[in-house]
Ligand binder design. Structure first.
Ligand code: PML
Length: 292
């Protein structure tokens, strides 16, 4: 599947002739949502996102549906694939640099995350709010928005949250990313997709940082990400079999929340370049890098 996407994005933003505007030529955005209705209300159990040229969409939809059926969280009751034409050329960005924190337990994870995010400017009150969201029992469909200083919740709907959408990676960058992650032994679809999402999120100037814990009970590595820390993977962020999880985006004080939501949900972004992966480091080593 990935090999067949070679040269799928030949047109770079700004590579057109004068007067051609910024219309996206034949690009579609795909979003997958898997829903289970084993409780009275439907529960969102996982999703996927991508931006593809029209000619690849049929094959990608098939791939999405196959993945959705074989998910570790079980067979969904409903699979919804949304396909939308992009009317705006995607903004091209770099993936965040990747590093894995040396961490051996959820207690250490929480303490390291508090230190890392405090350095990025997140108050302890905001961190309390964030941990209560990602460790609480409710699985939100999207991310919570938390004010980085006051810890106030800012998303209009606390169950729906905000879903970062319209994001993808060019085939060339995806190939390079695979090579870079292979060298660190972490080249999985989960890591690649989470990194693309985190890179789009961190790119907004009013989003200070992100905290993510997967709600997959078998996946115990989460991450914190920001433009200053990069993408910091956190092993043992939760106990195996725990279904808790979620995403929190921390926002600046002077933020215009609606414009951040618009960026996250509507602005198309493609990762088109990749940094090397730095392997593993202790929290002190990572903090020392900030202060250099
Ligand atoms: C998710 O989308 O379920 C979260 C995935 C987190 C991946 C963390 C990593 O292994 O880098």
């Amino acid at each position: 599947m990935r090999a067949s996407r070679k040269n799928a994005f030949p047109m770079r933003q700004g590579a057109r002739g004068k007067g051609q505007g910024k219309k996206a030529e034949g690009l579609l955005t795909l979003a997958l949502r898997r829903v289970s209705s084993f409780r009275a209300d439907e529960v969102h159990i996982s999703g996927a996102e991508g931006i593809y040229p029209e000619k690849l969409v049929r094959a990608v939809v098939q791939e999405y549906v196959d993945r959705a059926r074989d998910h570790p969280k079980g067979r969904p009751d409903r699979i919804a694939v949304t396909i939308e034409k992009l009317h705006e050329t995607p903004k091209r960005i770099s993936a965040l640099p990747v590093i894995t924190l040396k961490c051996s337990s959820p207690a250490y994870a929480q303490s390291h995350i508090r230190r890392l995010l405090a350095t990025a400017g997140i108050s302890s009150r905001a961190l309390d709010t964030a941990f209560s969201i990602v460790q609480g029992g409710t699985t939100m469909r999207g991310a919570a928005l938390v004010h980085a200083q006051s810890g106030r919740r800012l998303e209009p709907d606390r169950l729906r949250g905000i879903r970062a959408s319209r994001l993808g990676i060019t085939p060339a960058a995806e190939k390079k990313l695979s090579l870079v992650l292979q060298r660190c032994g972490i080249d999985t679809q989960t890591v690649r997709e989470a990194l693309v999402l985190a890179s789009k999120v961190a790119r907004h100037e009013d989003i200070v940082a992100e905290l993510c814990i997967s709600d997959d009970p078998g996946y115990t590595t989460g991450y914190v990400a920001s433009s200053s820390t990069g993408y910091v993977r956190v092993p043992h962020i939760k106990k195996r079999k725990s279904t808790a999880g979620g995403r929190v985006f921390f926002l600046n004080s002077a933020v215009n929340v609606l414009s951040v939501i618009r960026y996250l949900e509507k602005t198309p972004v493609l990762v088109s370049s990749v940094h090397p992966c730095s392997g593993k480091a202790s929290v002190n080593e990572i903090l020392d890098r900030y202060h250099q």
